[in-house]
Design a protein around this ligand. Sequence first.
Ligand code: NAD
Length: 508
Amino acid sequence: MAGPNGKKSFYEEAMERFHRAADLIHMDPRVRMELEEPDFEHIFYVTVNTRDRLVPVGEDELPRFADLRPSDVKAGDALEPLADGAFILHRRALLSADITMRQGVINIPGKGVFRLEPGGPRKFRAYRIQHNQVRGPYKGGIRFHKDVSLDLFKTLAADMTWKTAIAEVPFGGAKGGIKIDPFAFSREEIEHISLRYVYKLKNLMGPFLDIPAPDVGTNGEIMAYMMRQYTDGERQHHALRGVVTGKDVRIGGSEGRSRATGQGVVYCLEEWAREKGRSLRGARVIIQGFGNVGSAAAEILESLGSKVVAVNDAHGTVFRETGLEVAALMQHVHGNPQNLRRTVAGFPGGTPIPKDDFWSVPADICIPAALGEEIDGRVAEKLKVALVAEAANGPTTREGDRVLHERGIDLIPDVICNAGGVTASYYEWLQNQRLEHWTEAEVNGRLEQALKKNYALIRDVARDQARRTPLYDSRSYCVGQQIDVRTAAMVVALKRIEAHYLIEGFSQ
Ligand code: NAD
């Protein structure tokens, strides 16, 4: 249904594929109704007290403070840099300082001229969308980002319902997070915000109810805060570790989980290369996003002999014709505390190029591993690759999809390509329930088989190739005609979900 201005929402557009696949399998009308809207949409607010900040004085104001006596702040770590150029002023900085302040402005040699902005309470809009739980507890990531909305989280939550069904893990779908630029807050403030988020959500989450994981802007550290908040004061807190996944391995996380999404992308690439008679050795790859997923995929691909020739992120692009040295790039982005935005920009081992040129770097494989809607029709026209492997969620627009198809560029859709993360999250959750610890080889062995099996099954459904193999049976999924891979993946998901409603029935 279109909105008041006749324009469809992002969610409604995303659900068009659901409806197409539902038509193809002649989905029971009541099951369709159950799935077309989320079970629950939680929108709430978290408040925290923020610290005092030193915020750089604007260029226009600087002359007024040209004669301001320099202050001596022997602060050490008591002045904490933020990525937006400000500093958190921890009060211990004042103990040994010799300070001159005029109209709240202070001049710190070597750092700049700053205005002191007193901290105080701040309010953030938070979300948790629980889309469907017929196959198991709600499952999905937590995103901390400034551009989030109800519409976006609804779409991503529904995607998780399809993805968990495709990956055949016993979970449903959810997504949530906070509208915030996490780079503009200190570690301590982020900790408090994360704790408060779980404080509000506690009754709605749990190892058998709703299980968050890291997504854009969150990580294992934040998952640890969330687990602590959820289990705090609980006598049997060890039994509750499975309330979040993506934890540090030392506190109940799984070996292989932090790299699992990138690893899963590579397993899919191996299947694609095998089918096409290509080799990943020597293959040229361009990657957008060098966070958890993009950097892991880059490392694994390099170890297989591929060349990562260009990487783009939110703040820049680096290029090297003969392949970037991934270990050095990792160190530059994730191993350097001065690199506050954790960006590839400024990497000395590559040449900076404009983002627009990134898309037209000739390569074999393009891996979008950043945000959604990056590959639109214009970008799809520019690409000089044989395959787009969607590591990010929803990176290709409908127009982008159409152009890729028209240009004969292969596509591995997100719900298959990045399912390694949720699959390894399931392994983490299982280990938590059993109080076990599996080796990385065990995790990766299972992950490889699971992803490659589903990849092959979906390819058969797309080609309408009904058959039974030792690993899978595509006969009950084929719809009697050839369909695109995205729709085939949705068909597999919907058949698995529908079975629960049809066999278990509906409670009234
Ligand atoms: P991350 O926060 O670790 O990294 C995000 C990366 O994207 C950063 O390098 C950032 O600079 C870049 N980026 C942000 N905005 C950009 C822009 N406008 N242009 C170019 N680059 C931009 O996040 P992540 O966990 O690596 O997730 C990346 C994608 O993979 C997301 O779409 C996420 O939903 C998806 N995903 C993640 C997981 C997981 O296990 N982390 C699992 C499945 C899917």
